[in-house]
Design a protein around this ligand. Structure first.
Ligand code: ADP
Ligand code: SF4
Length: 698
């Protein structure tokens, strides 16, 4: 198919200083959890995006010195010659598909805790560490000599970037890292020529831009990542005034907002193109090309970004993770095949956990090299053998889709009238509508596969499964919520868990909403408890959330949803009680014990909704295990359980399990490769600096 000519503007080449991007699809720097520790994993992941049509593909933040070390969060690195060799893998992979490779040279300042390097962070002042870890440590206020050393670090980083083959070299001027802090009067109270009036505060950024510009001149474009809106008491006008001073200096502006939770706002709280008025404002202040993100998944929104002059590129991190082939699909007129990001931030959560990013929608993300999985290509079926998939939740749908695309005849049986499993119920909760894309994309793909038959409203039992005489059976029967209080903090049921005033998650999700004061005891710490709380309070019900941890919904810190979530709960009037374990619920009284002192308190409530662990629906699996001989005698070859019925987890894990089982059918269980850093030999480069850390030696 050919592309709709309406989208032609998205495919125009754009000049960025001395280089030209082949189109407007621009994968901005985004963390990958791979960093310098996993160079081959990283190279293959970025290379796949270039293959999928992204005209520019960038690294994540890339450290230029040992004193910019974000351990345990994995960053890229250009600190020495070995890093150059390792990042060459990435630039080669990107160039192989005609795309430009960009690198975001980064220095953390007070935001990096340097847990591995144990070096001292430099910054505009001696500021407390601000990383998520909140290390009780401070940066060193930079002297003039430190500033000179810092500029040399950036110059060295730029030299290595050229050696590594990058076409776009970034100066990182935002996100409360060092260069941003010089701009910001909340941090910069210096009294020398780097502090005070705007010309002084912008001086270091200007100098670094000029330094890097001299080094890359004519060989690579110079980009600056910059952010405007305020956090807390910051004044946006200050940052706008700084921007005016340097608006024409770089070849490209990458504009974002300071807070990650807004910049990569989850779909629960932020829509597509959430920052476009800010981006348009900046664009009107410079003649240089501008790129920015907005979780763009709709080609029409993308087009309007260009035709309205809001920006020159379609900046993307998550849409390129969920579908590395998004540009190619638009180009080929296959819009319905675009696998849209659901905005769950599970990708970012894994980086925040120090692991390679995973994606709810794209199970191949991070597995391109490790498992040799390609998002668009897959091994054909090994034999014409029918596969029965039981259960059409995320695991079953993904398995059926992947098996279908391998060419197997597939029967997908689902007990409910609507396929979708947990996604059907959960996507009806406030803010979770986009989670339905997990179901909808897969159903859309299945509808095109003549070899896959979907049978909704078909609850299969062991007899039915055996009678179907399929060669392979995959059970994806899901899990159900416990209502006895067993969860992350407790392995024993609470007293009174069998009373009728104790209600279950499914009961509430199915619309059986009691009147009165509802206490939600959240010992899952992810999204279900809070989403139900917001739904109930929107219906005018009194809701109290109790957590056995110090704060509610702790796992949402990894997805960077915690701040907007807490705000939403507070604004909705949800009462919040933390650090209390549920002991019992009787006669409208919940008995809670302080997790530290064990002191008991009582809370009145009409109903109690425990949200904790789930029970795998593995009864069918166990029965089938007991009748394995009959299955084999009838010609059955393999039987496997996948997703929540094996081990309940997040949706991304179920999708991955379905994909993996489908990939491995007829191939055997493939082990994963372990990445290794390529070392040229002992490097002295990063140890040669006579820099600021030594400047206090006598
Ligand atoms: P997962 O996340 O592992 O995919 P879900 O709970 O989302 O799990 O989906 C499981 C699906 O399996 C549900 O849609 C459920 O209706 C379906 N299911 C459970 N048991 C059977 C069965 N015996 N026959 C057909 N479908 C079933
Ligand atoms: Fe989007 Fe979620 Fe995938 Fe991240 S993990 S790219 S937010 S679907």
């Amino acid at each position: 198919m050919a592309r709709d000519s309406r989208y032609d503007p998205l495919f125009e080449p754009v000049r960025i200083g001395p280089v030209t991007a082949p189109n407007r699809f621009y994968q901005v720097p985004h963390c990958s959890g791979m960093g310098y520790q996993r160079p081959q994993t990283l190279a293959a992941m970025r290379g796949v995006k270039a293959e999928g049509g992204w005209g520019v593909v960038c690294t994540e933040y890339c450290s230029i010195d040992d004193s910019a070390d974000e351990t345990p969060y994995p960053s890229a690195s250009l600190r020495d010659d070995d890093d150059v060799i390792n990042l060459r893998l990435m630039t080669d992979a990107v160039h192989a598909h005609g795309a430009l490779a960009g690198v975001e040279l980064w220095y953390g300042g007070h935001s990096s805790a340097n847990l591995l390097s144990r070096e001292i962070s430099l910054d505009v002042a001696s500021l407390p560490n601000e990383a998520r870890l909140g290390q009780p440590a401070q940066s060193q206020a930079m002297s003039k000599a430190d500033i000179a050393d810092f500029r040399e670090m950036y110059r060295n980083g730029a030299r290595r970037a050229l050696e590594a083959g990058f076409d776009i070299v970034y100066v990182y001027g935002c996100h409360y890292y060092l260069l941003h802090n010089f701009l910001n009067p909340c941090f910069n109270r210096r009294e020398d020529e780097y502090g005070g009036p705007v010309q002084n505060r912008v001086r270091l950024l200007r100098e670094v831009i000029e330094d890097v510009g001299e080094i890359v001149a004519g060989r690579a474009a110079l980009a600056v990542r910059y952010s405007i809106p305020p956090r807390f008491d910051d004044d946006p006008q200050e940052l706008i005034a700084c921007f005016e001073q340097i608006a024409e200096l770089p070849d490209l502006w990458d504009i974002t907002v300071n807070d990650y939770y807004r910049e990569m706002g989850s779909s629960r709280f932020f829509g597509e193109a959430a920052h476009q008025s800010l981006v348009a404002q900046i664009k009107s202040m410079t003649s240089k090309p501008v790129v920015s993100v907005g979780r763009f998944t709709s080609p029409d929104t993308m087009l309007s970004q260009i035709t309205s002059g809001t920006q020159d590129f379609i900046g993307a991190a998550r849409p390129s993770i969920a579908d590395p082939f998004l540009p190619q699909k638009i180009d080929q007129g296959r819009l319905e095949d675009i696998r849209e990001c659901i905005g769950c931030n599970v990708c970012y959560a894994h980086n925040a956990l120090g692991a390679p990013i995973r994606c709810t929608q794209n199970p191949t993300m991070g597995e391109e090299w490790r498992r040799n999985w390609h998002p668009q290509r897959i091994e054909s079926r090994h034999a014409e053998q029918t596969v029965l998939v039981v259960g059409a939740g995320p695991a079953g749908l993904e398995a059926a889709c992947t098996l279908g695309s391998r060419g197997y005849p597939v029967i997908l049986a689902e007990a409910e009238r609507e396929p979708g499993g947990r996604v059907n119920r959960e996507s009806r909760l406030p803010g979770l509508a986009e989670y339905a894309r997990v179901r909808d994309w897969r159903l859309g793909q299945l509808a095109k596969m003549a070899n896959v038959q979907v049978y909704p409203d078909n609850r299969l039992d062991t007899v039915a499964i055996l009678e179907l005489e399929c060669r392979h059976v995959l059970l994806a029967t899901g899990a159900r919520w416990r209502s006895d209080g067993i969860g992350r903090s407790s392995n024993t049921p609470f007293d009174g868990h069998d009373q009728t005033s104790v209600i279950g998650v499914e009961q509430v999700l199915d619309g059986h909403l009691p009147d009165g004061h509802i206490l939600i005891y959240d010992d899952e710490h992810y999204y279900i408890g809070s989403a139900i709380a917001l739904m109930l309070s929107a219906q005018g019900k009194r809701v109290t959330m109790v957590s056995p941890q110090d704060s509610l919904c702790g796992w949402n810190r990894f997805t960077d949803e915690h701040a907007p979530l807490m705000r939403a709960l507070i604004e909705a009037g949800v009462e919040i009680v933390t650090a209390r374990r549920l002991r019992g619920f009787e006669d409208g009284l919940a008995r809670l014990a302080c997790i530290y002192s064990d002191q008991e308190t009582w809370l009145e409530a009409d109903y109690l909704l425990p949200v904790g662990a789930r029970i795998p629906n593995d009864e069918l699996w166990l029965e089938l295990q007991g009748r394995r001989d009959e299955f084999t005698e009838a010609g059955g070859l393999s039987m496997r359980r996948i997703g929540d019925c094996r081990a309940p987890g997040i949706i991304a894990a179920a999708v991955y399990a379905g994909h993996k089982a489908a990939r491995e059918l007829g191939q055997g269980e493939a082990g994963a490769r372990r990445d290794r850093v390529v070392l040229r030999g002992w490097s002295t480069m990063s140890r040669r600096r006579s820099g600021p850390v030594n400047s206090d030696c006598c």
